[in-house]
Design a protein around this ligand. Structure first.
Ligand code: PD2
Ligand code: ZN
Length: 280
């Protein structure tokens, strides 16, 4: 495909009107252009940091647990020592819901081992690249090193087998506890290219490319994981998990997500954020 003068003019006009470049990519795809062509044309038209995030160069490899595992119509992924079922699947964003990632005993053990170490959860400080307390995230939590116990070694190896992503690219497994009323307001897990703190945050391991959230108990009410941009809500069910990946650091991935307030009971999860490169 060729960038015609008419198309160049259209791109320049839309950008001047303040259109979102990602919406423009989608518009170009809708009228028959290839996505790669649309992204390159836009990236060339406005080569600042936010638009660079659109370019093909910015498209990162992401974990693809489905590629070979689900060939032939099976919905089961052999994951080290367990067969994990895929009970829902979406292509945009790339998202899978798994059943039976952890046994009841493993969920209970993770909860018990984390209880003595819980601290109020923090979020990334987008300016300094450090962390801060934030009213948007009202859980408490803790981390486990990859090899902290036999249990952690087994679970981490299983997660790597399930997601087809190297364990060393994973941040430490985080356990989160939400009391009644606690929530995690909608956010993106990747780091925004426009934030001053991002350079520091990606200096170790590069960008985040995927998230796995494993539910360790069943809250009595509330506590679902929501994806507001695609109208999806996933119930927290013990042992199940939601996995989603984002090939670029851009809202156009559709991966805005949050944890709704727990309205009865409590909620426990284990979260793994995955990086492009080795993190540890
Ligand atoms: O607890 C959740 O459902 C949740 C929601 C949004 C967890 C995360 N984000 C996360 O760990 O990134
Ligand atoms: Zn998140």
């Amino acid at each position: 495909m060729r960038l015609t003068p008419e198309l160049s003019r259209w791109i320049a006009e839309q950008l001047a009107r303040g259109c979102d470049p990602e919406d423009m990519v989608q518009a170009l795809v809708t009228v028959g252009h290839e996505e790669r062509f649309a992204r390159t044309a836009l990236a060339n038209a406005l080569p600042d940091a936010s638009v660079r995030a659109l370019s093909e160069e910015a498209v990162r490899p992401v974990p693809e647990p489905l590629e070979d595992a689900l060939a032939g119509g099976t919905h089961v992924i052999a994951s080290l020592d367990r067969e994990v079922k895929v009970i829902a699947r979406l292509n945009k964003p790339r998202l899978l819901v798994f059943e039976g990632v952890l046994s009841d005993a493993e969920c209970a053990a993770l909860i018990e081992e984390s209880k003595p170490k819980l601290e109020r959860s923090r979020t990334v400080d987008r300016v300094s690249g450090g962390t801060e307390l934030n009213a948007a995230r009202t859980s408490e939590g803790t981390y486990f090193h990859h090899t902290e116990s036999d249990l952690l070694v087994r679970i981490n190896r299983r997660i790597a087998a399930l997601t087809r992503w190297p364990l060393e690219n994973g941040e430490p497994l985080q356990i989160l506890h939400y009391e009644r009323g606690a929530q995690y307001e909608p956010h993106f897990d990747y780091f925004d290219a426009n934030d001053p703190g991002t350079a520091k945050l990606i200096s170790q391991g590069g960008q985040r490319v995927a998230t796995l959230i494993i539910y360790l108990n069943d809250p009595d009410a509330g506590g679902a994981t929501i994806f507001p941009d695609i109208g999806l809500e996933i119930a927290a069910v013990r042992g199940n998990a939601v996995f989603f990946s984002y090939e670029r650091a851009h809202p156009g991935t559709g991966t805005l997500h949050g944890g709704t307030p727990v309205t009865r009971g409590e909620k426990w999860i284990a979260t793994r954020w995955m990086r492009e490169r080795p993190y540890c």
